[in-house]
Ligand binder design. Structure first.
Ligand code: SF4
Length: 458
């Protein structure tokens, strides 16, 4: 069998997260198993000799990674890349190809949303994979002529194949055991090792203008296929799972089926997911808690309703406060994400958002600065227009922004730090966090991530 390497290339400066057509630097000291590589390990395992190298997770340097690939001598390398690390990724992958003589395929935000430009710019890339759940990946590696869900280089031509139209999808159980699962953890994680599972959907049907997830072809994963994978990770003895869907809660009936399926099968792990305020209710939250949900990540985006409305988010701040209380009632922790510096923001509205977050009752808050992400509708309005390699690395929402479309960049960076201090340095909050510690792993990650945040904030 030909060897395939699923590769998360090293990034020298920080931890970089670049799965699921998104990329950002870790704002503290966290990292999760890349869902693209997991899904592809399932799709490829019956056809190829699959190897996995997550250099970011294991803290491997560039030279070491190149040596590893040379020694392995795979026929194909499928690599993650992201706008925030693009130049470094491309230099490394070009070197890998030169030294190991393999084909190089990429996936990530730039490969998905700017695929043709990327292939034009970097002549060594053989193909970009547009959908990591697509069975079209096997024929791509087999060198077949008729493909789907990919854009490939054939001689001097770049050929974009059609995206498959599938209402649902499934794939063989991913090779979780090949990933360094003890190296992944989130600031609120209670157990290690942990893994990620795509549990409900691919893409997102909502139309938030700052986001690009809604540009991925939305489809549901077959429930039997989901349960099969959940049973597998349970049999591996894992105690914590990240449900990696962008909007796990999008369809109430399906969430009920998945939760009831987990309860019936007595699956013995806890999990967290991403959800929307407008599609959870008391009964559903109660069921999710019973099925092991311990945290929901919600996007609030802005603490100013008029700005929220302009983003097309489709939620109200009243509902946010109400649902946060309901989550707390059923013992589900909440992580709320905010975007500072949206195009309509002023210093005053950003301060209102900071106060909203601090008083909303959520357990954790993530403050990001607005960047015009590739693929998002808002980028088409606010620019900066076409793909440009030198701009790509500026699209990092996790730090002081290099580009700002609202207030001055430096001031925006300072307000982001203020938001973090205002939220996390409340004496009552710190006491509550320590009071709620459940496991020694939670204690360790809280300290580790707390110190990393302090380092970046002061
Ligand atoms: S922000 Fe969330 S709900 Fe809105 S489009 Fe993106 S993933 Fe979907």
């Amino acid at each position: 069998m030909e060897k395939v390497l699923l590769f998360n290339p090293p990034y020298e400066k920080d931890i970089v997260l670049r799965d699921y057509a998104c990329s950002e630097k870790s704002k503290a000291d966290y990292n999760w198993p890349p869902i693209d590589l997991l899904a592809m390990s399932g799709l490829l395992k019956d056809h190829f000799d699959v190897h996995v190298l997550d250099s970011v997770a294991i803290g491997q340097g560039r030279q070491e990674a190149i040596e590893y690939v040379k020694k392995l001598a795979p026929k194909h390398v499928i690599s993650l890349t992201g706008s925030v690390s693009l130049k470094g990724d491309m230099a490394l992958l070009e070197e890998v190809k030169r030294q190991a003589g393999c084909s190089v395929y990429v996936t990530g935000d730039v490969p998905v949303f700017e695929s043709a430009e990327l292939l034009k710019y970097f002549g060594f890339i053989d193909a970009a994979i547009l959908d990591f759940t697509s069975p079209g990946i096997v024929p791509l590696l087999n060198g077949e002529k008729n493909l789907q869900d990919v854009i490939v280089r054939r001689g001097k031509k770049i050929i974009q194949f059609e995206q498959s139209k599938r209402a649902s999808f499934e794939y063989p159980i991913p090779m979780h055991e090949k990933f360094p699962l003890d190296k992944y953890s989130l600031p609120f994680s209670r157990y290690s090792p942990m893994t990620s599972v795509l549990t409900n959907v691919f893409g997102c049907p909502y139309k938030c203008t700052f986001c690009s997830s809604n540009k991925l072809a939305f489809k549901y994963r077959k429930i039997e296929n989901v349960m099969e994978e959940l049973e597998h990770v349970n049999s591996m003895g894992l105690k914590e799972v990240y449900f990696r869907d962008f909007t796990f809660t999008v369809n109430e009936n399906r969430v009920r089926d998945i939760c009831n399926g987990m309860i019936e099968r007595k699956l013995d792990f806890i999990w967290w997911c991403e959800g929307r305020f407008d599609n959870v209710n008391e009964e559903l939250l109660k069921l999710m808690a019973k099925a092991g949900c311990y945290l929901i990540f919600f996007g609030v985006e802005s603490g100013v309703q008029s700005i929220l409305d302009k983003t097309n988010k489709g939620i109200t701040l009243n509902d946010v406060e109400k649902k946060l209380k309901l989550c707390s009632k059923y013992g589900i922790e909440t992580l709320c994400s905010y975007i500072l510096g949206l195009p309509w923001d002023t210093e005053q509205t950003i301060n209102e958002t900071i106060e909203f977050a601090a008083n909303s009752g959520c357990d954790y808050a993530s403050f990001n600065t607005y960047v015009p992400r590739y693929g998002s509708s808002l980028r088409e309005i606010v620019g900066p227009g076409k793909f440009d390699v030198s701009e790509a690395e500026k699209l990092d929402s996790s730090e002081e922004p290099s580009i700002s479309v609202s207030i001055d960049s430096e001031r925006l960076g300072a307000l982001r730090k203020k938001a973090i201090r205002r939220f996390y340095m409340r004496p009552g909050y710190i006491a509550k966090r320590f009071f709620r510690l459940r496991t020694s792993h939670q204690f360790e990650t809280l300290i580790k991530n707390g110190l990393a945040v302090l380092k970046r904030t002061f």
